[in-house]
Design a binder for this molecule. Structure first.
Ligand SMILES: [Zn+2]
Length: 330
């Protein structure tokens, strides 16, 4: 665990404390994933010889990136994330979760459509068994996955558990990091390694949860994400590692009623460009105090994806109603 790390997005070392959180006081009202994360963090703090079970949320004074400290290293972050990712939706019926995954896959394929031709090679980093790649595969592309999940769906080529499994000469036309970057202790290193496998005219798609809106204490950012990005901090990170955002926006998750930051980028030269002092931090503070202005235009020009998000939300609501009337139906 690192007590005083530099900002994982911009490299700056000046932080402002947002709030402190006592892990041992997280009670039964917290989300199951947050309770699990709290228990895991306590175990990691004990193993690291820390006497306190408190974490401190801080915001980078330059880019507005938010994380908690002490900060897990790469091995600890993996231990923290693995069981959480597999327990996201334990109770969804196969037919309902299949429909939601199908919607997600369609939206993802639409997102990349303009950048793919027939037989394009598409890699997903941390995409489970590849269920969100089915539409891309159905449109005539070749899809690959690296993930700790031991098996992949038919039509998806699993290359191994991580980027270490790839041949150094392997290249792809598109690479997706969908809900992956928020769990990485070294997101710049992960993106640099992904960039090395991107064709010169390829695109890289990043999506991370946007967990900052209205999260002022006592409702702090969740423990399940060790990196909390908004558009400024994510684009700063992308530019630092040599990825130029074609767009980097607040958006709705494809099928869930929650906000994300989504960026599509291409290769550029690594840049030491600094964001204007405090502009990113001001954006984070505006989001934390529930200022809607940064989110203006969220729905505009995005009717198809908004429709998919509403349909996904409806399917979940139907599922919850069914569970309520007949809890034994699985
Ligand atoms: Zn920063």
């Amino acid at each position: 665990m690192h007590r005083d790390p530099a900002c994982a997005a911009c490299g700056n070392e000046t932080w402002e404390v947002l709030c402190k959180r006592a892990l041992s006081s997280i009670d039964m009202h917290a989300a199951i994933t947050d309770r699990t994360a709290a228990a895991r963090l306590i175990a990691l703090l004990d193993a690291a010889g820390q006497t306190s079970h408190d974490v401190e949320f801080r915001v980078c004074k330059r880019c507005g990136f938010v994380c908690f400290m002490p900060r897990p290293d790469e091995t600890e972050a993996t231990q923290l994330a693995e069981p959480l990712q597999s327990s996201d939706e334990p109770n969804l019926q196969p037919s309902v979760s299949g429909a939601i995954d199908g919607l997600h896959a369609l939206c993802l394929a639409d997102e990349l459509e303009d950048h793919l031709v027939h037989r394009s090679r598409v890699l997903s980093i941390g995409g489970g068994d590849g269920r969100h790649l089915t539409s891309i595969a159905n449109r005539g592309n070749v899809v690959f996955i690296v993930d700790s999940t031991p098996s992949a769906l038919p039509g998806v080529v699993r290359l191994g558990a991580g980027l270490d499994a790839l041949d150094s000469t392997a290249r792809f036309d598109a690479i997706c990091l969908d809900s992956t970057l928020e769990h990485s202790a070294e997101p710049a290193k992960l993106l640099s390694r992904a960039r090395a496998h991107l064709n010169d005219d390829g695109v890289l798609l990043v999506e991370v949860p946007m967990d900052l809106f209205g999260r002022q204490p006592p409702r702090t950012p969740p423990l399940t994400s060790i990196n909390c990005f908004q558009t400024t901090s994510l684009s700063t990170l992308l530019e630092r590692v040599g990825l130029r955002p074609l767009n980097c926006v607040f958006a709705w998750h494809y099928t869930q009623p929650r906000l994300v930051v989504r960026a599509l980028c291409e290769k550029s030269t690594p840049s030491e460009r600094r964001t204007p002092d405090a502009a990113g931090a001001r954006l984070t503070r505006a989001l934390l105090r529930r200022d809607p202005r940064p989110l203006r235009g969220l729905m505009r020009g995005d009717a198809k994806r908004t429709g998919a998000a509403l349909l996904g939300y409806s399917l979940r609501a139907i599922r919850r109603l069914r569970l309520g009337s007949s809890p034994t139906t699985r």
